[in-house]
Design a protein. Structure first.
Length: 491
């Protein structure tokens, strides 16, 4: 294709509205390509209405009536001139191009993705264009394309055009997390070949293996383990390993793989619960049986390894010592009205037993009435405020949270009718103060105030405004954090 014609068609694409241009736009395009006035007049005289790209191309390629010598001189003159500079795109044109490109990536249109990257590479960095709400670049949409083959082709194309595959979004997650969550092995192999780590951590201290384990993506889980994923890594939420998440979801195969890779079943999280307790709590019977058997086996192996280093006499002495120890040891303490504590004597406890026989029975034989799940649930209830503070601190750092950090200043933003519409105002600063002063009696009260912030935002701003969209985004992050911390079930 002639170079001048190609330049003309590119300008047509930029100027077109619904695929067509008018006579004035044709004149502008031809003038930018240094057509002489006579040729422009001749071409435009044939236009009676808006034309599409095929009509435009036909007008430019039709045979001219002048003599061949004049045509040759005209072409020679064109070749002597410098190639015209590419027209600068307007803001609205750039926005439209970015939207069309994002849709092409999202729906797996590899040909269109390549076309846009090539066409606008000198004007827009489409390969690394960040979406402001979740701070993600096109690679995140690419790895979630409808089919894995489409996802692979587009990711490869983006990478070849400069996309940063090590980029991390607002949750400090690279695309490795999304690939492991969805179990896309071809994409996983591609990232490994480019040097991405399988042990990178997001803002919750979780690694990709947590997502593969929770979703039971067995093949990806195997690949993660083969590539050195740490199966005993603990997150920042409740000090849990990936085994806790697969146990809660009842993912039997994932649990088996993690155990076989050396994940410690006996590990206790911040609430002193093991993965076995979660399997029991959520009625994951098969997983519970697997973990119970595995825990005993790991304990036996540890004992055997320890005993292998001792002489037979030492082993015998240790067994006798353990036999002589009481099964449980308790020290009862009493706190008086002044807050001073002292050890309860036998006489004190005897009197207490007479006054409160049921409670005394509970103290004397706790194993008859209290199981691990009961203890864990009590500790979990006691820890909700700590988790709530952590979630609020994480939300505080989000860019979109700037609208919710303090009470609305109606004078500053010139929204004098705000408190006429919003009858129950709430903000993160007020919630933080209430948390610090122990004004919330339970998680539900905290949750009600958090939702009130987002409901007020939509009530006054609507869902389509910039502030309304920010509120929706922060609310989604908040609900996700509740789920990740395992306390959404208490609401």
């Amino acid at each position: 294709m002639d170079g001048i014609l190609q330049q003309a068609l590119m300008r047509f694409d930029i100027a077109a509205n619904d695929g067509k241009i008018n006579a004035e736009q044709v004149i502008s395009i031809l003038q930018s390509l240094n057509y002489n006035p006579q040729d422009i007049t001749k071409i435009v005289s044939q236009i009676t209405s808006d034309i599409d790209v095929h009509q435009f191309k036909e007008l430019l390629t039709q045979k001219e009536e002048p003599k061949q010598e004049r045509v040759h001189q005209f072409k020679e003159l064109l070749t002597q001139k410098e190639e015209p500079k590419q027209e600068r795109l307007s803001t609205s044109q750039i926005r439209q191009i970015e939207d069309e490109f994002r849709q092409a990536v999202k729906y797996g249109n590899d040909d269109k993705v390549l076309q846009y990257l090539t066409k606008y590479q000198n004007q827009i960095d489409l390969a690394n264009k960040m979406e402001p709400q979740n701070r993600q670049i096109p690679t995140y949409d690419a790895v979630q394309a409808p089919t894995e083959q489409q996802a692979y082709l587009i990711l490869k194309t983006l990478y070849e055009h400069g996309s940063d595959i090590n980029y991390k979004d607002a949750m400090q997650q690279s695309i490795m997390f999304y690939i492991c969550r969805d179990g896309r092995c071809q994409l996983f192999d591609f990232l490994i070949s480019k040097g991405l780590s399988v042990n990178e951590q997001d803002q919750n201290g979780q690694t990709p293996i947590f997502y593969a384990a929770r979703e039971n993506k067995v093949e990806i889980l195997q690949k993660l383990i083969q590539n050195g994923a740490n199966v005993n890594h603990r997150d920042k939420i409740l000090d849990q390993t990936a085994l806790f998440y697969s146990a809660k979801e009842g993912q039997l195969q994932a649990c088996q793989l993690l155990i076989d890779a050396g994940c410690k079943i006996s590990h206790q999280d911040a609430t002193k619960k093991t993965a076995v307790a979660y399997a029991k709590k959520f009625n994951r019977r098969d997983v519970y049986d697997l973990l119970s058997f595995g825990a005993q086996r790991q304990k036996d192996e540890a004992n055997q390894k320890r005993d292998d280093g001792l002489s037979k006499i030492e082993q015998k002495i240790n067994r006798k010592k353990n036999k002589d120890l009481p099964k449980f040891q308790y020290k009862l303490m009493h706190i008086d009205d002044k807050g001073l504590s002292k050890e309860v004597t036998n006489e004190d406890f005897e009197k207490f037993s007479q006054d409160f026989p049921e409670i005394a029975k509970l103290i004397m034989k706790p194993d008859d009435t209290i199981d691990e799940t009961m203890i864990s649930s009590i500790k979990e209830e006691q820890m909700w405020d700590k988790i709530a503070k952590k979630i609020l601190n994480q939300l505080w750092k989000l860019k979109q949270s700037v609208y919710f950090l303090e009470p609305v200043d109606v004078n500053r933003y010139q929204i004098l009718d705000y408190y006429d519409i919003v009858k129950n105002p709430m903000d993160f600063g007020t919630i933080k103060s209430k948390l610090q002063n122990n004004q919330y009696r339970c998680l539900k009260e905290f949750h009600i105030d958090m939702l009130l912030v987002f409901d007020n935002c939509v009530l006054y701003n609507g869902i389509h405004s910039e502030v309304g969209q920010a509120g929706i985004k922060v609310k989604q992050d908040y609900l996700l954090m509740l789920e990740q911390n395992g306390i959404n079930k208490n609401l």
